[in-house]
Design a protein around this ligand. Structure first.
Ligand SMILES: [Cu+2]
Length: 190
């Protein structure tokens, strides 16, 4: 049986206490234990931020799928998978969400998965708690609190590649009537 390393980290963090800023909190939704959902601090008007979760443990006998998140002042977060190739990072939408097997667990560290939020309308201030939801396939939207963190551990991603230009479709070569479009043909008098 695999025991996720972060379970130990989380247990240690929980042992330190709930009250002090920066400590881990845990929320429960159905049979899910949601360990320390957090979001990176952002000023009002910031173009983006991201949220992560130390761990979600599924104590139930049914699988569940994490699909999305919302946060007060940040709207809807889209779940992205971070992809590393040759030392370069990029991200792609996790279209099918993240499966949490029965009696299994998932981790969402910034290096692997992030909820990416667009325009921030309300300042997210470090060490405060902000209301939001996690959206699951079966439980649907579950109200939770994100702790706002100063975190800057997300890998720096390469700029998104420009919209690919579709290759020119080679059409059948048009047979041109001989002599018609030769530059001199119009004025040519024999
Ligand atoms: Cu927490």
């Amino acid at each position: 049986m695999k025991v996720p390393i972060s379970a130990i980290t989380l247990a240690a963090a929980l042992a330190i206490g709930f009250a002090s800023p920066g400590s881990a909190h845990q929320e429960t939704a159905g049979k899910l234990k949601i360990g320390h959902p957090w979001i990176r601090e952002a000023a009002a008007g910031a173009p983006s931020t991201y949220a992560c979760i130390i761990e979600i443990e599924n104590d139930g006998d049914e699988p569940e799928t994490l699909l999305g998140a919302t946060v007060d002042g940040g709207g809807t977060g889209v779940l992205y998978q971070i992809v590393e190739k040759d030392g370069h990072f990029s991200s792609k939408i996790a279209e099918h969400g993240l499966l949490i097997k029965p009696h299994g667990a998932i981790e969402l560290p910034p290096t692997a998965y992030q909820f990416k939020f667009g325009k921030i309308t309300k300042a997210l201030i470090a060490d405060s708690m902000v209301e939001g939801t996690l959206v699951f396939e079966k439980l649907h939207a579950v109200p939770i609190h994100f702790m706002v963190e100063q975190d800057d551990t997300a890998p720096k991603e390469d700029a998104a590649p420009a919209q690919p230009v579709p290759p020119a479709r080679p059409g059948p070569a048009k047979a041109k009537p001989m002599g018609y479009d030769l530059p001199w043909s119009k004025d040519l008098t024999w």
